[in-house]
Ligand binder design. Structure first.
Ligand code: 5CA
Length: 426
């Protein structure tokens, strides 16, 4: 992509209404723009990152045997009246009347819709287990939307819903999701941690929150330091992981904590995922049953599993930035290479840049080529701001010597390399 043809409205200054670093940087880097309070438009650079988040989630969910569906954002009130949540959900739910004066709502979550689909289409125990997921927009009318995508009103969620024949099978599914979540976040180059959580409005008694560790994180989490070692291992010992002390803020009571202070890690994190098992809560309330082997009626044991996909983008920035801007992990970077022409218009610089640009294009390596007439200072600060992992800087002197400068965004390390060696170097 040539910057001269791209849509990248960057800003030098932090917007006044942005108080957290991810919000500031996403606005400054031209990733998003606010359309209304807590409601954002994704610009090309931001959308590229969001799509990478979605892709990794999808790959791992598919591997775990979950099946992708797409439910509507708008839901009928009847389903929520049946489950008993229509009144209970409160003002966070955006309630709408259609032209026939019927109550509809913009879905804050989809337990009811998916349970309705299930009860109308699954009749036998032989069809279990099933785990259905979607990646779609949710609306929650938060009182104070803040911190940009961290707590938006409209946000993108991966939500999945499982149906199992009994508790034992449901626990297996739950554990598979627990493991899958670690895989998803690690694949994004991020550092996940799972803590025991309150089940809140969703209900049930088995629940974990997934946090990404970041010093600027909104929540405090507490866990046994041994977890750090365990969660780095390639193989998962889920029983051991879940038996270890690991608590969300509201679940941790210092006086009652069973492990000694020196063994307790207290970190900041951002909640990017939440998994629940809530048993028969919705299947019973909504009469979603299947027929068992002896013709008996069985209510499936259910769970739901959410990932705040749009929040992940913000959280990745909270965990990976410096005073100059974002530092994307390679897996989420919108482009792998920022190619910087020090003197656009200079015959040699243009020629070398075009050659390098074409080479990357041919290899399907995502490159953003700054071919604009901006000053070198501006070009370098934009490349730092948008956080592309590798910068290739082409100036007249080094180009004449057949070389370019390569800078690693994260370490700041610079190397001169032969133009002919560029692909090998990467
Ligand atoms: N039905 C369940 C799981 S499918 C559910 O809704 N869980 S949740 O309420 O915990 O939301 C799942 C994830 O969505 C959260 O862990 C969080 O990462 C994200 N999320 C929730 N509210 C917001 C919000 N206002 N803005 C951005 N992300 C949010």
């Amino acid at each position: 992509m040539k910057l001269s043809q791209y849509f990248l409205p960057t800003l030098k200054e932090n917007p006044i209404d942005a108080t957290v670093v991810s919000h500031q940087l996403m606005i400054r880097a031209g990733m998003i723009r606010q359309t209304a309070s807590g409601i954002y438009t994704w610009l090309p650079l931001g959308l590229k990152v969001l799509r990478k988040v979605e892709k990794i989630i999808k790959e791992e969910m598919d591997k775990a045997g979950a099946l992708e569906i797409l439910m509507p954002t708008i839901q009928p009130a009847e389903l929520w009246i049946e489950s008993g949540r229509f009144d209970a959900y409160g003002k966070e739910m955006l309630r709408i009347k259609d032209r026939h004066d019927r109550d509809i709502l913009y879905g804050p979550t989809h337990e009811e819709v998916v349970t309705d689909i299930f009860r109308k289409n699954v009749t036998s125990y032989k069809d279990l287990p099933k785990n259905l997921y979607q990646i779609h927009w949710k609306f929650r009318d938060e009182i104070r939307p803040r911190f940009g995508l961290m707590r938006g009103r409209e946000f993108l969620m991966k939500d999945s819903y499982s149906f199992d024949i009994d508790e034992v099978s449901a626990k297996k599914t739950y554990n598979l999701m627990y493991e899958t979540y670690f895989k998803i976040f690690r694949k994004m180059g991020l550092k996940p941690m799972a803590v025991k959580a309150d089940t809140g409005a969703i209900g049930g008694d088995l629940s974990h929150e997934f946090h990404l560790l970041a010093d600027t994180g909104e929540s405090a989490i507490y866990y046994d330091k041994k977890f750090d070692e365990l969660s780095k291992l390639k193989t998962f010992d889920i029983t051991q992981m879940q038996s270890m002390y690991a608590m969300a803020d509201e679940m941790h009571v210092a006086e009652k904590c069973p492990i000694p202070a020196e063994q307790l890690a207290s970190r900041r994190g951002i909640e990017v995922g939440h998994i629940f098992n809530f048993g028969l809560k919705y299947s019973k309330a909504m009469e979603a049953s299947v027929m068992g082997a002896n013709g008996e009626k069985i209510y499936p044991n259910m769970g739901s599993y959410g990932i705040g996909a749009s929040r992940v983008v913000a959280a990745a920035i909270e965990a990976n930035h410096d005073q100059n801007g974002i530092i994307w992990p390679k897996e989420l970077a919108p482009f792998q290479i920022a190619l910087i022409n020090v003197r656009s218009g200079d015959e040699l610089c243009d020629k070398v840049c075009e050659e390098i640009y074409n080479k990357f294009q041919e290899q399907n390596i995502e490159v953003i080529y700054d071919d604009t007439k901006a000053s070198l200072g501006q070009k370098l600060s934009i490349a730092d701001l948008i956080g592309i992992p590798t910068q290739i800087i082409v100036g007249p002197k080094s180009a004449a010597a057949g070389k370019v400068e390569v800078k690693d965004r994260k370490s700041g390390e610079k190397n001169e390399i032969e133009i002919s060696e560029i692909l090998k170097f990467l």
